[in-house]
Design a protein around this ligand. Structure first.
Ligand code: PMV
Length: 320
């Protein structure tokens, strides 16, 4: 009744922003991402006749709401009344402010289901991971993942699958950490509030449906220019809808905006690069294997960059 799993983080190229069902974490639209090598969570789950679940993340015991969220997730696979001991570590600095929920819930879904004796298909695993955190559905899959919006109310058709394997296209993601500071508005809170109050939300959804086709084709054809157009457009439309919410949800800081301009000017100088930003102020720069050294060198000692990580396409979740 014990298993260990490893899963990697992912960054969306077409963003997920809004749920049509908050309990099942069903998305209002599909999304597309790249799984990131090296940004890993390793998790061990053991079920036993204990009184309560215990969860340690990077050797720190989780309590309160965080623990309750994991326990509720474990209820989906828990054998009878057994409790779980969960030990999880992230390979990437948590202080960097990068979301670890995608790799975290993907690793937990695989380790917990295996420890409970369930043999889930990759689709079922993705559905299970989705219940913990929407974007975790995509971290079950390696390379380039597409998370289907799905139609069914029970969510069984809303899972991620591989659009192309990790070795299909040697892209790089350079993560520019703009600050190690206060917490951002959590993604669920930000997306729910945008959906409820932003006059631009319906229009944002229209962009997603168009961008899904554009990004899919760009990835299959390895068309960097097209992917840059679609992906920056999706990111900016998501943030525009959040900024138009009342009151506004603004994830950017001054450095975020400065780095957006830097990426655009680097591109004008001929470097293959584009930016994307999630529910926080950090800027992720996608580039090619050819241009990654130039991009990295440019931002390495930039005054607006506190920390820099480089990732290539990674594999899907695996048992250890
Ligand atoms: O998986 P969640 O609930 O943390 O939401 C992720 C939201 C974004 O990172 C902003 C977009 C995405 O598709 O990953």
């Amino acid at each position: 009744m014990r298993a260990s799993a490893l899963a990697r983080s992912n960054i969306a190229l077409v963003k997920y922003w809004g749920k049509r069902d908050a309990t099942l974490n069903l998305p209002a639209a599909g999304s597309i991402s790249m799984t990131l090598d090296g940004l890993e969570t390793r998790t061990t789950v053991e079920f036993g006749p204990w009184e309560r679940d215990t969860v340690f993340i990077n050797d720190e015991a989780l309590e309160g709401k965080g623990l309750a969220k994991i326990s509720k997730f474990l209820d989906l696979v828990r054998p009878g009344t057994l409790c779980a001991d969960v030990r999880s570590t992230n390979s990437f600095p948590t202080a960097a402010g990068l979301a670890s929920s995608a790799s975290g819930f993907a690793a937990l879904a695989l380790a917990a289901s295996q420890a409970a004796g369930l043999e889930l298909t990759p689709q079922e695993l993705s559905v299970l991971a989705r219940r913990g955190s929407g974007s975790a559905a995509r971290s079950i899959v390696g390379g380039f993942a597409i998370w289907h919006e799905g139609q069914k109310s029970d969510g069984t058709d809303s899972f991620a699958e591989e659009l192309a394997p990790a070795d299909h296209w040697d892209l790089r993601c350079v993560v520019l950490v703009t600050r190690k500071g206060p917490k951002d508005v959590p993604s669920t809170e930000g997306m729910n509030h945008t959906m409820e109050t932003s006059p631009f939300y319906a229009e944002w959804l229209n962009t997603v449906r168009r961008d899904m086709d554009g990004a899919k084709e760009a990835i299959v054809q390895k068309d960097f220019v097209r992917l840059a157009e679609v992906s920056e457009g999706s990111c900016l439309a998501m943030h525009a809808s959040a900024m138009a919410a009342r009151p506004a949800v603004i994830y950017w800081n001054a450095r975020t905006l400065e780095l957006i301009h830097e990426v655009r000017s680097l591109r004008a100088q001929g470097k293959a690069c584009f930016f994307t930003i999630d529910a926080g102020p950090h800027v992720k720069v996608f580039t090619t294997a050819e241009d990654v050294y130039g991009v990295k060198a440019y931002f390495q000692d930039h005054p607006s960059v506190e920390d820099l990580l480089v990732a290539k396409p990674g594999q899907g979740a695996e048992l250890l």
